[in-house]
Design a binder for this molecule. Structure first.
Ligand code: ADP
Length: 493
């Protein structure tokens, strides 16, 4: 049944004011939801509601805010299967991964709810007597949360829960391709008891309302996950206004397979990291850097297995990966494959849009492997965001690290070897925010800092204890109970 989605402003569902849009199952084109594009005045209303709700929410004790988050986890546990089933249709990812996506939000809820009773302040010894110093964390104010479609519940949870527990209020914009899941996310928070105005949602494409979400004087912070192009555009607009921006952007994540590495493990890890979620993860492995001694054997194993992976509708339990999110993305993947062929890489398997039979009405792409990929080729440098793996042969450790680090991104990397010393060395030498030893490039857990170096991020880490830093201001409190004026650096010397 088709659902209609509206903005959520000050606790009320209200029709957005712009053009008609819809959301469809990328595997078969089935219409799932209709909605309208939010307008700048809708965003103004959402920001005004968030601003008005801020003082009371800030004054709500942090453990009480956390209790609402626990209630939302309980709701998610009850609705996990239903939301996952919808995700396998609106996003296209296989049902097991969709359940994992919802589970990640449940994990995040329990993790962040515990922060409600911590707070991460420090007490600091003073230079002078009868003086006490400590730090506290306080909310920023209104936060704009802009999220992509690839983790339609998990990513909103990474941003919303820490923002809420720290006492911020929210204007959330889900990706246009997963608007119905955005509505589910809002429903869960409202049912859990998040007060009216504390969490608002505006829907539709980002470009028409992006400037408003970023530059409005009442927005203090923007948390964005998506493409590097959009993220850097947001940062550029926010910089002169001195707003806090937390960015999580593109990746071109390598897995290095060393000469002594377990090849069975390596092939399975690379296929999971490269083809899972159809390669549409920011941590997806798109480059495998293989020592020349095991290169041919590794490539043979990968090329034998990749074409056998089941590509199908997300709801079919045996699908290894599902549809590509939309037609534009499907075309972009195919264009990159043509570029790779022109650049002289060898197309070993896949390299085509799947159109026959069950694939006819959907956006499906075959599991693709390129060999003979050289550093500097566009398919080696640019984010493709699809099921395309490039295999690069190297002769030495230094060459492997130099190839791995030779891109503009630095999100995640894997290193597969039985040499414990080399594994430790690689964990230092790889330029990345997440380094996996004897694993692929994916698999973040909520309690670890998540984010990347170079053009992947801007230094903030969402996930782990660092997410609290991203969503709060730090204050140092100094209490002088000496009853006189004590001059720092002067009186005590
Ligand atoms: P992706 O390639 O993952 O779709 P995008 O950067 O295009 O990456 O989109 C990520 C999120 O950013 C989506 O919610 C999208 O609507 C939003 N977005 C796109 N353009 C803008 C913009 N100019 N300003 C703010 N948000 C935007």
């Amino acid at each position: 049944m088709t659902e209609h989605v509206q903005n959520l402003i000050n606790g009320q569902w209200v029709e957005a004011g712009g053009d008609k849009l819809d959301s469809r199952d990328p595997a078969n084109g089935e219409l799932l939801a209709t909605f309208r594009q939010a307008t700048n005045s809708d965003v103004d209303a959402a920001i005004a509601a968030a601003k008005a709700a801020f003082p009371a929410w800030k004054a709500t004790p942090q453990p009480k805010r956390a209790e609402i988050i626990v209630r939302s986890a309980e709701i998610l546990l009850k609705r996990k299967e239903e939301i996952a089933q919808l995700m396998s249709r609106e996003n296209g990812k296989p049902i097991a991964e969709a359940r994992g996506d919802v589970q990640e939000a449940i994990d995040m809820a329990f993790y962040i709810a515990a922060e409600g009773r911590r707070g991460w302040g420090h007490t600091i010894p003073a230079e002078m007597p009868n003086k006490r110093m400590y730090t506290i964390r306080q909310p920023l104010g209104v936060c704009s949360l802009i999220t992509p479609w690839n983790f339609p519940i998990a990513i909103p949870s990474w941003k919303s829960y820490p923002a809420l527990v720290m006492g911020n209020t929210i204007v959330f914009k889900p990706a246009e391709d997963t608007t119905l899941l955005g509505k589910r996310w809002a429903e869960v928070l409202i049912e859990a008891g998040v007060p009216a105005g504390v969490f608002n949602m505006v829907i539709g494409h980002g470009a028409p309302i992006g400037d408003k979400l970023v530059t409005h004087p009442d927005v203090r912070m923007i948390s964005f996950t998506g493409s590097t192009r959009t993220g850097l555009g947001i940062a550029t607009k926010a910089a002169p206004l001195n707003k806090r921006v937390s960015l999580e952007m593109g990746g071109k994540n390598p897995v290095i397979v060393w000469e002594d590495g377990d090849l069975e493990l390596a092939v399975n890890a690379v296929m999971w990291a490269g083809y899972g979620t159809s390669g549409q993860r920011c941590t997806a492995c798109s480059r495998v850097i293989v020592h020349e001694k095991v290169h041919d054997q590794f490539l043979k194993m990968l090329v034998e297995r990749a074409p056998k992976l089941k590509v199908g509708h997300g709801a079919e339990p045996d699908s290894f990966f599902g549809a590509i999110i939309n037609e534009g993305q499907l075309k972009k993947i195919d264009e990159y494959v043509q570029i790779g062929v022109k650049e002289g890489a060898k197309l070993e398997c896949g390299g085509k849009i799947l159109k026959d039979g069950a694939y006819a009405k959907g956006n499906f792409y075959a599991a693709t492997v390129f060999s003979n990929v050289k550093p500097g080729m566009r398919i080696e440098q640019e984010e493709i965001f699809g099921p395309v793996i490039s295999v690069i042969k190297v002769k030495s450790y230094d060459e492997a690290i130099s190839v791995a680090n030779g891109v503009q991104y630095g999100l995640s990397a894997g290193f597969i070897s039985k040499d414990v010393n080399l594994c430790h060395k690689a964990s230092i030498d790889l330029d990345c925010g997440l380094c996996y030893i004897n694993a692929g490039s994916t698999g973040a857990e909520v309690s670890t800092p998540f984010g990347g170096w170079k053009n992947t991020g801007n230094g903030h880490r969402e996930g782990g204890p660092t997410v609290i830093d991203a969503f709060s201001e730090l204050k140092t409190v100094v209490i002088d109970y000496s009853g006189k004026v004590q001059k720092a650096q002067i009186d005590n010397n």
